[in-house]
Write a protein that binds this ligand. Sequence first.
Ligand SMILES: C[S@@+](CC[C@H](N)C(=O)[O-])C[C@H]1O[C@@H](n2cnc3c(N)ncnc32)[C@H](O)[C@@H]1O
Length: 279
Amino acid sequence: MEQDPPPVDREILAHYADYDEQSRLSTGRSSSLEFVRSQELILRHIPPAPARVLDVGGGPGVYSLWLAGLGYETHLIDPVQKHVLQAMDASRNQPGNPIASNSIGDARSLSQDDESIDAVLLMGPMYHLTERSDRITALQEAHRVLRPGGPIFVSTVCRFAPLMDGLTTGHIDDPYFVDILRGDLKNGQHRNPRSVPDYFTTAFMHTPDELKTEVNDGGFDLIEMAAIQGPGWLANDFASRWANPERRTLLLELVRAVEHEPAMMGVSQHLMAIGRKPE
Ligand SMILES: C[S@@+](CC[C@H](N)C(=O)[O-])C[C@H]1O[C@@H](n2cnc3c(N)ncnc32)[C@H](O)[C@@H]1O
């Protein structure tokens, strides 16, 4: 008999209860770069609309809404009730192209039928599932619901992102942050027991090789591995650069120039592995 997965960690649920995930991609320091680059990586491999997309850990629905607007049938699941309600609200404000369904769920136990989905987004759960066995279960569940040949888009936080974040923001002057950072650098296990809002929550941070291996072990052929922001998020004048169309274009060109460069992978804040379920 199948068992329900263990509940999502309390710290993660408490973090998102307080944190405004809905505006993260439009207001964060370099989040606009994350959003634009994730969109372009998805568009490289997603089958044409109208295809059925499952957004696992879709949060308040930013990617689901975008894809629904492009004519996709998007279904969102997330364990945080606030996020699911936000996605439903936002979907109501996009009446011509709503999200097809929004429900509470866990990446480790999907309710969708076998081979019923054309593409899966797994952009969040892989860094909140801190046990490798849980991450492999999430990938295997995505594999089960995907039709043969369907792509999966898996994004994770890079192992070295907190180090570069700490250096550029000055958080490394805070001994508590440095304690968190030591854990990140040792084994990727990120813990913030005092729940300091700027220091994120319980997570696992991947090296590029760990991500590739996990995607393969979940049953997928790896078709692309890309640095989402590359070094672009480290530009010290990011906001003004992004606001200027010509300077933004150059930034994106330079980020794309090293997106597959193994020696540069580790400087990116997020990584995306794109896998395909074998035919
Ligand atoms: C940083 S947000 C990312 C949201 C969105 N996918 C994006 O890329 O903007 C991470 C999301 O993963 C969700 N999450 C955490 N644990 C999960 C799990 N076990 N199954 C599914 N989603 C989970 C969180 O609730 C949160 O909405």
